[in-house]
Design a protein around this ligand. Structure first.
Ligand code: ADP
Ligand code: MG
Length: 768
C-alpha cells in the first residue's frame, strides 16, 4: 500500500517561495491505473517525483509497506527507486551512448542481477513492447514512439510494483500515443500505474481512476480508496553498481567523443613522455656507465706516484677546523690556515724493492705496466740537410705500458688501439705514432720531428721514412773549463755510431668504441728504449761527476744543500740526466674489472705490516671517474624529472577540467541513473571510471610515444657520442609511470566526480 499523508513541497528561488504541493493526501491500490490530471504548473510532476523517491517532501509523510519514509536513508531511497518503481518520462530519458538493450538492462545491472537472467528479462520486456529487432540500436536511431517503448521496457525490466509515467505521450503523435496507452493499460493489469497527463480524453479512456490537481492541491478523486486493509509489501533490494558497469558506461561514453579523449590523453601524456624519456636516458646511461666501467675504465691504470694525495674528507675537515674558529667573527685577529697539501700528501717511497714486488704480481691480473720517468731523451732530427735538436717541451711522448707475460693478455694497447699502418714496436729503437680518431697528430710534435706540416695531410710513407736520433750523454754533453755544456756539433752527434736511430714502425689509433679513454696523440716508445738509455747514461761521465758534486753540473750557480729539498733537487737532476733512479710513478693496468680487485688486494698486501710512513698509497683512476659520473647522472636525472613533473600536475588539472565538462554534459545521464536507483557513490564511480580510462590511455600513450621517441633519440645520441642504443626503457619504470598517470588523473577527476554525485536527480533530469 502506498499512501501520501498531507505531503507539502515548496521550492525557493531567491526570495520567492513556490508552493508546488500544498498538502496532498492520496492512497493507492496494489494494482490500478491512476491518471493525474491538471493544468501545467499544478504540481503533477512534483507529486510523481515524490512518490517515486526522486524528490524529497518538506512535510507530511509517504507510507510505503506501512512504514513511514520520514527516516529513510538515501540508500533506502536508492533501493526503492531501483526495485519498486519504474519511471517513464515524457522525454524518454534514455542514455544515448549505450544500446537499447543496455538501457533496458541498466536497472538490473544496478541491482546486481546476474548476466544471463538480466539478458533474458531484458529480451522478454523488449519483446513485450515490440522492439525485439531493435535491441542493438542506439536510442537516437529510433522514432519517438520506439524510444518511449524502450523507456517502458526499462521501467518494466526490474519488475517493479509501481510504474510512474510523467506525460508519457506528451511528445508523441495521436496514433502512437494510442499504442503507448494500450501498452501502459496492459501493464496496469497487475501493477500500480500512476500517469500524469493534461489530456482528459486519454485519462478518461484508459485510466481506472482520475485524480485532478490544481495549484498544488487535489481537486477530485474519481475512485478514492476507502478500505484500509489489504496490506501490500514491496520488495526493497539493495543496489550497487560494479566497477565494471561503471567502466562500460564510461567507455561507451568516451567512444562517442573519441577525438577529445585522444587529445586529452595525448596532452596529459606529455609529462609521462618527458619522465619516461629522462628515465630511459638515465637508465641507459647507467647501463652504459657500467659497461664503460667494466670494459673501458678497466684500461685506466691504478696510479702509484711518489707524491700521493691522501684525499680523506674527514682528515681535511679536521685539519681545517681544528681550532673551532667562528665564521664572520668580529674578533680582530688573524689565524694561520694549515697547508693542506703538506698535511694531506703522503710520500710513497718507491724503492727498487717495491718495483720488484710490483713486477712479481701475477701476470694474469694485469694487461700493462708502465713507469713514469723524467729521464730526458736527447733527440735530433735532420731536416733539409740541417741538423736540429728536438725540444722535448714541444713533444708529446709517452711510454707504451709493457706486458709482464704475453701469454696471458693482449696488452692494454692492443685492447684499446688499432694498428692502422705498420706494426707495434718490438725492439728498443722502434717507436709508433699515435693519431686521434681523425688521424690527427699534435702539430708541435710533427714540427719537432722535422716533418712538414701540411693541411692536405702527410702520407704514412713520409712519416714512416722519418728517422730520429737519440744521443747518449757522452756525445751530447762536453766538458769545457771544468763544467759540462751542450755539444754544438750536431752533425757529429747525429752521425755518431753511438747514437740510437729511432724508427717509426707504425701508426696506431684508438679503437672507435674506446674513444673515451684513447683521445690523445703523440709518440709512443717502449720501456726497453728508456732502459737502454738509462743503462748507458748511468755510466756517462756527466752522471758520474754529477753524483759527486753538490751543485748542478750544467748550471754551477744552482747549489744543492743537505736539506730534504736539496737532496730531492739533486736526485731530479740525476734522473733527468739518465742516472739509475726509481721512477716517479707506476701505472698498473688491471686486465679487467674483476681482476682489478685482486690487483688492489695485492697492492694492499704490501702495506699490511708497514708503518704509516712506509705504506704505499695508490689512486684508482677508474673509481674516481665513475663515482663522479654516477653522481652527476643522478643529479641531472633528479632535476629533469622535477621539471617534467610540473607538466604532470598541469595535466591532472586539465583532467579535472575535462571531467567537469563531462559532468556538465552527462548531467542528464546522472539523473537517469539516479532515477534507476544508482547511489551517489555509483555516479561518482562512473566518472572515476572515465578518468581511470583516460589515465590508463594517457599513461599507455605516453609510454608508447616515449618508446617511439627513443628511436630518433638514440640516433642522435649515436651521432653525438658514437654509442648505439643508449636510451633504454626499464619495463618497471614504464609500469610505474602508467600507475602514476592513473593516480594523478583520478586525483584530478575526483572533485568533479564528487560534484556529479551530489547533483539533485530531479534537476539533473530537467537539463537538456
Ligand atoms: P506540473 O508538472 O504540474 O506542470 P510541476 O510539479 O513541475 O508542475 O511544478 C509545480 C510548480 O512548482 C510550478 O509552479 C513550478 O514552477 C514549480 N517548480 C517545480 N520544480 C521547481 C524547482 N526545482 N524550482 C523552483 N520551482 C519549481
Ligand atoms: Mg510536469
Amino acid at each position: 500500500m502506498l499512501e501520501l499523508k498531507n505531503v507539502k513541497k515548496s521550492y525557493k528561488t531567491g526570495n520567492f517561495v513556490q508552493h508546488a504541493l500544498k498538502g496532498v493526501s492520496l492512497k493507492f491500490r496494489q494494482s490500478e491505473f491512476v491518471a493525474i490530471l491538471g493544468p501545467s504548473g499544478s504540481g503533477k510532476t512534483t507529486l510523481l517525483n515524490i512518490i517515486g523517491g526522486l524528490d524529497r517532501y518538506d512535510s507530511g509523510d509517504l507510507i510505503i509497506n506501512n512504514t513511514s519514509t520520514k527516516k529513510f536513508k538515501s540508500s533506502q531511497w536508492d533501493s526503492y527507486r531501483n526495485n519498486c518503481v519504474g519511471f517513464i518520462f515524457q522525454s524518454y530519458n534514455l542514455i544515448n551512448h549505450i544500446s537499447v538493450l543496455d538501457n533496458v538492462e541498466m536497472g538490473m545491472t544496478l541491482s546486481g542481477v546476474n548476466g544471463k537472467v538480466k539478458r533474458e528479462k531484458a529480451l522478454q520486456v523488449l519483446e513485450r513492447v515490440g522492439l525485439k529487432e531493435h535491441i542493438h540500436k542506439k536510442p537516437n536511431q529510433l522514432s519517438g514512439g520506439q524510444m518511449q517503448r524502450v523507456a517502458i521496457a526499462r521501467a518494466l525490466a526490474n519488475d517493479p510494483d509501481i510504474i510512474l509515467a510523467d506525460e508519457p505521450t506528451g511528445a508523441l503523435d495521436s496514433k502512437t500515443s494510442v499504442q503507448i496507452m494500450e501498452l501502459i493499460k496492459e501493464i496496469a493489469k497487475d501493477k500500480l500505474v500512476i500517469m500524469v497527463t493534461h489530456n482528459p480524453e486519454l485519462a478518461k479512456s484508459y485510466a481506472s481512476r482520475i485524480v485532478e490537481m490544481k495549484d498544488g492541491e487535489c481537486l477530485s478523486d474519481s475512485n478514492p480508496v476507502k478500505d484500509k486493509k489489504k496490506e501490500t509489501s514491496y520488495k526493497i533490494k539493495k543496489t550497487a553498481m560494479g566497477f565494471l558497469t561503471a567502466l562500460k558506461l564510461s567507455f561507451n561514453n568516451i567512444i562517442t567523443k573519441k577525438g577529445r579523449t585522444i587529445l586529452t590523453a595525448f596532452a596529459s601524456s606529455i609529462g609521462i613522455i618527458g619522465i619516461a624519456l629522462i628515465l630511459s636516458l638515465s637508465n641507459g646511461f647507467d647501463i652504459q656507465i657500467d659497461k664503460f666501467e667494466s670494459e673501458t675504465l678497466s684500461s685506466m691504470p691504478v696510479l702509484i706516484s711518489q707524491m700521493q694525495m691522501d684525499i680523506n674528507a674527514a682528515e681535511i675537515n679536521k685539519t681545517l677546523n681544528d681550532k673551532n674558529l667562528e665564521s664572520y667573527t668580529t674578533e680582530k685577529k688573524v689565524y694561520p690556515l694549515p697547508d693542506l697539501i703538506s698535511t694531506t700528501t703522503h710520500t710513497n717511497k718507491l724503492t727498487n724493492d717495491y718495483i720488484s714486488y710490483i713486477e712479481a704480481i701475477d701476470a694474469k691480473l694485469i694487461s700493462g705496466l708502465s713507469y713514469t720517468r723524467i729521464t730526458k731523451l736527447n733527440m735530433l732530427v735532420k731536416k733539409d740537410g740541417a741538423y736540429k735538436l728536438v725540444n722535448n717541451d714541444n713533444l708529446s711522448i709517452s711510454v707504451i705500458p709493457k706486458k709482464l707475460d704475453s701469454s696471458y693478455n693482449h696488452g692494454v694497447i692492443e685492447d684499446n688501439y688499432d694498428v692502422i699502418e705498420g706494426r707495434m714496436p718490438s725492439k728498443f729503437n722502434e717507436i709508433v705514432l699515435v693519431v686521434d680518431s681523425k688521424n690527427r697528430l699534435d702539430e708541435k710534435t710533427l714540427k719537432e720531428l722535422g716533418i712538414d706540416v701540411s693541411n692536405d695531410g702527410i702520407s704514412f710513407d713520409e712519416i714512416l721514412s722519418k728517422e730520429i736520433k737519440v744521443a747518449l750523454n757522452d756525445e751530447f754533453y762536453v766538458k769545457k773549463n771544468g763544467y759540462y755544456t751542450y755539444n754544438d756539433d750536431l752533425r757529429g752527434i747525429y752521425k755518431s755510431d753511438k747514437a740510437i736511430t729511432l724508427k717509426i714502425v707504425g701508426i696506431i689509433r684508438g679503437k672507435e668504441d674506446k674513444s673515451l679513454v684513447t683521445n690523445g696523440s703523440g709518440i709512443g716508445y717502449i720501456e726497453e728504449l728508456i732502459d737502454y738509455v738509462i743503462s748507458e747514461n748511468d755510466k756517462s761521465s756527466i752522471v758520474v761527476e754529477q753524483k759527486k758534486y753538490d751543485y748542478n753540473i750544467l748550471m754551477p750557480s744552482m747549489k744543492f744543500d743537505k736539506s730534504k729539498e736539496g737532496i730531492e733537487a739533486k736526485d731530479n737532476v740525476l734522473a733527468t740526466l739518465g742516472a739509475k733512479t726509481v721512477p716517479m710513478a707506476i701505472s698498473i693496468y688491471p686486465r679487467d674489472f674483476d681482476t682489478k680487485k685482486d690487483v688492489l688486494k695485492y697492492l694492499d698486501n704490501y702495506n699490511n705490516d708497514k708503518e704509516q710512513e712506509d705504506k704505499i698509497l695508490y689512486n684508482d683512476m677508474a673509481a674516481m671517474i665513475s663515482s663522479l659520473s654516477g653522481n652527476i647522472m643522478d643529479a641531472i636525472t633528479v632535476v629533469l624529472i622535477s621539471f617534467s613533473s610540473i607538466s604532470l600536475i598541469v595535466s591532472s588539472i586539465m583532467i579535472g577540467i575535462i571531467t567537469y565538462i563531462s559532468v556538465l554534459e552527462r548531467t542528464k545521464e546522472i539523473g537517469i541513473l539516479r532515477s534507476l536507483g544508482a547511489r551517489k557513490k555509483d555516479v561518482s564511480r562512473v566518472f572515476n571510471a572515465e578518468t581511470f580510462i583516460i589515465g590508463v590511455c594517457s599513461g599507455a600513450l605516453g609510454i608508447i610515444i616515449a618508446r617511439l621517441l627513443l628511436i630518433p633519440t638514440n640516433a642522435i645520441l649515436k651521432d653525438l657520442t658514437g654509442l648505439s642504443n643508449v636510451a633504454r626503457m626499464n619495463p618497471l619504470h614504464a609500469f610505474i609511470l602508467v600507475v602514476i598517470s592513473v593516480i594523478l588523473t583520478l586525483i584530478g577527476g575526483f572533485i568533479p566526480a564528487k560534484i556529479a554525485s551530489k547533483k539533485d536527480p530531479v534537476e539533473a533530469l530537467r537539463t537538456e
